[in-house]
Design a protein around this ligand. Structure first.
Ligand code: PXP
Length: 239
């Protein structure tokens, strides 16, 4: 199981003052030096955190897995082709949302992904991951598209109001992971994971390949330092 760190919110902090610091590329280097297996960024249509120039600087600096999280727009696919990251995670994107609010609605996007998105990305040696809620129907459709990986949306687990709901979400995630793994699809997970809920998640959900963690990890780093925080998350994964 590998930790990928999402560094979007280093850029959020930088952009709050319009200065050149903190620099997401410096953050990425520290994460990798302290054991992260790679870096995730989300270039949003509105460029609210990561900017185009960050993307190319990250491509030059990151030595492990580089995961380009994006909406499946023609604009993003063109940038993806220039950047050539290892992995492309496709997510739904709402203009007014504070963060990605859920997985892709595979029924709604299936035809478009089949005819436009997958053929365009498949011209490149870039793995495709689809960000999905733990629904069997979505996973079946992802399999029909021939995705390399899925990233299970852990937001409902992270936000569950009580133990019963939390347990129910873990069960759904575990079943979804089994189904995807049975199809030969790699299983990643992310959204809302933190130092409290990470361990129960990885204990309950089989076949996990990577977790992608951003907001909580960058927040913890304000108090503990980025390198130490990355090490703390890796200790949880390895425990
Ligand atoms: N995975 C995906 C697909 C996401 O959209 C996000 C948020 O940008 C994350 C993981 C990381 O979520 P968080 O910032 O809550 O750790």
């Amino acid at each position: 199981m590998r930790l990928l760190v999402n560094i979007d919110h280093v850029a959020t902090l930088r952009n709050a003052r319009g200065e050149g610091y903190p620099n997401p590329v410096d953050a990425a280097k520290i994460c990798e030096q302290h054991g992260a297996s790679g870096i995730v960024f989300h270039l949003r249509g509105d460029r609210r955190h990561i900017k185009d120039e960050d993307v190319f600087a990250l491509k030059d600096a990151v030595t492990g897995t580089l995961d380009f999280e994006m909406a499946a727009t023609d604009e993003m696919i063109q940038i993806l082709a220039k950047v050539q990251p290892h992995l492309c995670t496709l997510v739904p994107e709402g203009r007014l949302e504070l963060t990605t609010e859920g997985g892709l609605n595979m029924k709604a996007v299936f035809e478009d992904f089949k005819s436009r998105v997958f053929p365009a990305i498949r011209k490149h040696p870039i793995e495709i991951s689809l960000f999905l809620d733990p629904n069997p129907e979505d996973i079946e459709l992802a399999h029909q598209l021939g995705t390399d990986a899925i990233e299970l949306h852990t937001g409902n687990y992270a936000n569950a109001a009580d133990d019963t709901l939390r347990k129910a979400e873990l069960d759904r995630l575990a079943k979804a992971a089994e189904l995807a793994h049975g199809f030969g699809i790699k299983v990643n997970g992310g959204h809302g994971l933190n130092q409290q809920n990470l361990k129960p998640f990885i204990d309950a959900v089989p076949h996990l390949n990577e977790v992608s963690i951003g907001h909580a990890l960058i927040s913890d780093a304000i108090f503990d330092g980025l390198g130490k925080t990355v090490e703390n998350y890796i200790k949880i994964i390895e425990r």
